[in-house]
Design a binder for this molecule. Structure first.
Ligand code: GDP
Ligand code: IMO
Ligand code: MG
Length: 424
């Protein structure tokens, strides 16, 4: 068996949580492979709304297992809060939520370092979610990090103290950053009891054994490909590999074990935080997308920047990820437009290109737009693809043609069932 992958092709918030939750019944295991509580994955069903940060989006499907993979960074405080949320909604997660021992831990001081780093950058700040993601991955690659499995080692306190002392030394450079370490440390240590109560596994052995037994696995990405540490709009990125390659490192599987790669894109584009966004709209259309699409961060509540769909950007991330299927979300937000636009190429350095320049931060690109006739009506999901308005079908066909990949699912609302399968 192979591992199928769901990931975001833009700057995050493409609707990954909804699609993972929808497809989860086809799988035996859903596994997060990177990121951490910077993620906010929204699921809506039975009149309820849940936002998950660390827990995989398969948790509401009783019959399957969920794994927080080794590539994830865990803040035990956030995790405990999420688990309490599950408990208060009578979701039985016991025995179904596994933690890879090699996943790294976010300490309270990582969060302070994140805040300090952002404050020192001034207007150039990344717009981090301030969850401690960057400093935790820095300690991982710097070979100083603390891992989930360490909480059960006799040397745990010693390791914790050493890292804390290192962080406090670094924080001395930022006297303006205020924090109450004692209170946060208490919360952090208390929350370790919840972490310890979960089932720890050697994730790499577990996942490969599941594959050997013929079990079906879905890897759930966080953030989006344009936030990838290597290929995103560096330095306005997150600190992990959000692309398909990250699944191999983040779960411990060989590249040959990757199956379908399902790339998610909104029918328009959003970004939260700083950094380049070529198709960003500053006019009434942008404001309309934000309002109609409820484009406010699921983790931080910040307003998301909005713009038209960007096809050079999507071609790039489809290439990087080896996308085999596309999912188009939030097309219902375009229902009221008379026409919709897509950037089909960029102009920069005196030429027109279908590719991205080396550095979007340093290059002024002018998007070249194509305008499509819109459908100007609701798109009901009950009638399936054949009942979709012709203008919407035409728009989808144009996107497929431009992107060179099939759109197999179209999402028309936040609820679990608001999804149209191509061919239905
Ligand atoms: P994720 O981080 O990729 O899981 O996405 P978020 O949960 O951060 O943001 C997506 C938002 O759009 C959430 O509020 C979803 O409930 C909502 N959503 C997902 N798909 C659709 C859709 O097709 N139409 C509408 N109107 N909302 C959607
Ligand atoms: P999901 O999984 C949207 C953005 C932040 C910031 C940059 C770096 O819900 O799609 P970090 O906290 O990682 O150091 O922030 O990345 N960012 C996201 N934007 N969706 C996310 O996750 C994001 N996770 C991080 O806004 O610009
Ligand atoms: Mg999100």
């Amino acid at each position: 068996m192979k591992v199928d992958v769901i990931l975001g092709l833009q700057w995050g918030d493409e609707g990954k949580g909804k699609i993972v939750d929808y497809l989860a019944p086809n799988y035996d295991l859903v596994a997060r492979f990177q990121g951490g509580p910077n993620a906010g994955h929204t699921l809506k069903f039975d009149g309820k709304k849940f936002v998950l940060h660390t827990v995989p989006s398969g948790i509401f499907r009783q019959e399957l297992m969920n794994l927080i993979g080794n590539g994830v960074v865990i803040d035990p405080i956030t995790l405990e809060r999420e688990i309490k949320g599950l408990e208060s909604n009578n979701i039985d997660y016991k025995g179904r939520l596994l933690v890879a021992r090699k996943a790294h831990l976010i300490l309270p001081t990582h969060r302070y370092l994140d805040a300090a780093s952002e404050a020192s950058k001034g207007v150039e700040k990344i717009g981090s979610t301030l969850k401690g993601i960057g400093p935790t991955y820095m300690d991982k690659t710097g070979r100083n990090g603390l891992r989930a499995g360490d909480v059960n080692l006799p040397s745990f306190m010693e390791k914790y103290e050493a890292l804390k002392v290192k962080h406090l030394g670094l924080l001395k450079q930022y006297p303006d950053v205020e924090f109450d370490l004692e209170a946060e440390e208490k919360k952090w240590f208390d929350s370790l009891d919840t972490l310890r109560s979960l089932d720890f596994v050697d994730g790499e052995y577990y996942v490969n054994e599941q594959l050997k037994q013929g079990k079906k696995i879905l890897a759930e990405g966080a953030q989006g490909s344009m936030l990838d540490i290597d290929f995103g709009t560096y330095p306005f990125v997150t600190s992990s590999n959000t692309v398909t390659a990250g699944v191999c490192n983040g779960l411990g599987i060989a590249p040959s074990k990757i199956g379908e790669v399902i790339g998610i894109t909104k029918a328009y584009c959003t970004r939260v935080g700083g950094g380049p966004f070529p198709t960003e709209l500053f006019d009434a259309d942008g404001e309309f997308l934000r309002k109609e699409g409820a484009e406010f961060g699921a983790t931080t509540g910040r307003p998301r920047r909005c713009g038209w769909i960007d096809l050079p950007q999507l071609r790039y991330t489809i290439m990087l990820n080896g996308v085999t299927q596309l999912v188009l979300t939030k097309i219902d937000i375009l229902n009221k437009f008379k026409t919709v636009k897509a950037a089909t190429s960029y102009k920069f350095d005196g030429k027109e290109s279908r590719d991205l320049p080396y550095d979007l931060c340093e290059t002024d690109v002018e998007p070249v737009y194509t305008t499509y006739k819109a459908w100007e009506q609701e798109v009901p999901f009950e009638g399936g693809y054949k009942s979709m308005p012709d203008a919407a079908k035409l728009y989808i066909a144009e996107l497929e043609n431009e992107l060179g990949a099939p759109i197999t699912m179209i999402s028309v609302g936040p609820e679990r069932e608001a999804l149209i399968l191509k061919g239905s």
